[in-house]
Design a protein around this ligand. Structure first.
Ligand code: 13P
Length: 250
């Protein structure tokens, strides 16, 4: 049984001073429920990490991207060492918004996964098909190709060092969710690729579902064998919704 991971992706929302108050509220509310069965992670803008680090006792923090480079003349970039130094333990890699708006390709994402691991940051590699690709019956082919490319030459010590997030692009921020059976089918295919690459270690790798996960659909999605948590955008911005998702992960 894999310990579930409820991971919020705040995207470009809230300012750092709001985040500290928000965390205080979450901490108080968490005392009223049993969250001992689940790991909670918030992937926030890099500017927020320092002000949120005090909260690390009850949740983990992560970046939303990282540079493939170690350091140097890369204006605007944030390195793995910087994220690690301010207390992040995870980094999202290859979110579809990065793939689409910043033209990030699989080769680049592979370098980012490797760079994160070099610095003991756990990469959350995002994969997912567009609506057109799904309608054309190509969803699995696309996701499997993204996985093979993103994980090419990647190795790690423990199965908890890598997380995969299946985020169908058509479900992100749209209110449309993959059915639990469709999401499970894809996550099982992802597990199949992980088994080819990592043999027995694959059994312990967390696979998250992302795309309009919310309190009303989380329990069903999270009950599926190969869905070990969620990567949550909109609903992770509200403490009550996040709490409901933590409870749904039982
Ligand atoms: P929503 O939960 O807002 O659909 O976003 C999902 C997502 O992109 C998480 O990374």
């Amino acid at each position: 049984m894999i310990r579930p991971l409820i991971a919020g992706n705040w995207k470009m929302n809230k300012v750092p001073s709001e985040a500290a108050t928000w965390l205080g509220e979450l901490k108080e509310k968490l005392k009223q429920i049993d969250s001992s069965h689940v790991d909670i992670l918030l992937c926030v803008p890099a500017t927020h990490l320092t002000s949120m680090v005090a909260a690390q006792g009850f949740l983990a923090l992560g970046g939303q991207d990282l540079s493939q480079h170690e350091s140097g003349a890369y204006t605007g970039e944030v390195s793995a060492a910087m994220l690690k130094d301010v207390g992040a333990s995870y980094a999202i890699v290859g979110h579809s918004e990065r793939r689409e708006y910043h033209k990030e390709n699989d080769g680049l994402l592979n370098a980012k996964v490797q760079k994160a691991l070099e610095h003991n940051l756990i990469p959350i590699l995002c994969v997912g098909e567009s609506e057109t690709q799904r309608d054309a019956g190509k969803a699995k082919e696309v996701v499997i190709a993204q996985l093979h490319a993103g994980l090419s030459g990647v190795s790690f010590e423990s199965s908890s060092d890598l997380v995969i997030a299946y985020e169908p692009i058509w479900a992100i921020g749209t209110g449309k969710t993959a059915t639990a059976d469709d999401a499970q089918e894809m996550c099982a295919a992802i597990r199949g690729v992980l088994k080819e690459l990592y043999l027995a270690q694959a059994e312990g790798i967390r696979i998250l579902y992302g795309g309009s996960m919310k309190p009303s659909n989380a329990a069903e999605l999270l009950s599926k064998a190969d869905i070990n948590g969620g990567l949550i955008g909109g609903a992770s911005l509200k403490t009550d919704d996040l709490l409901a998702l933590v409870e749904a992960a039982k």
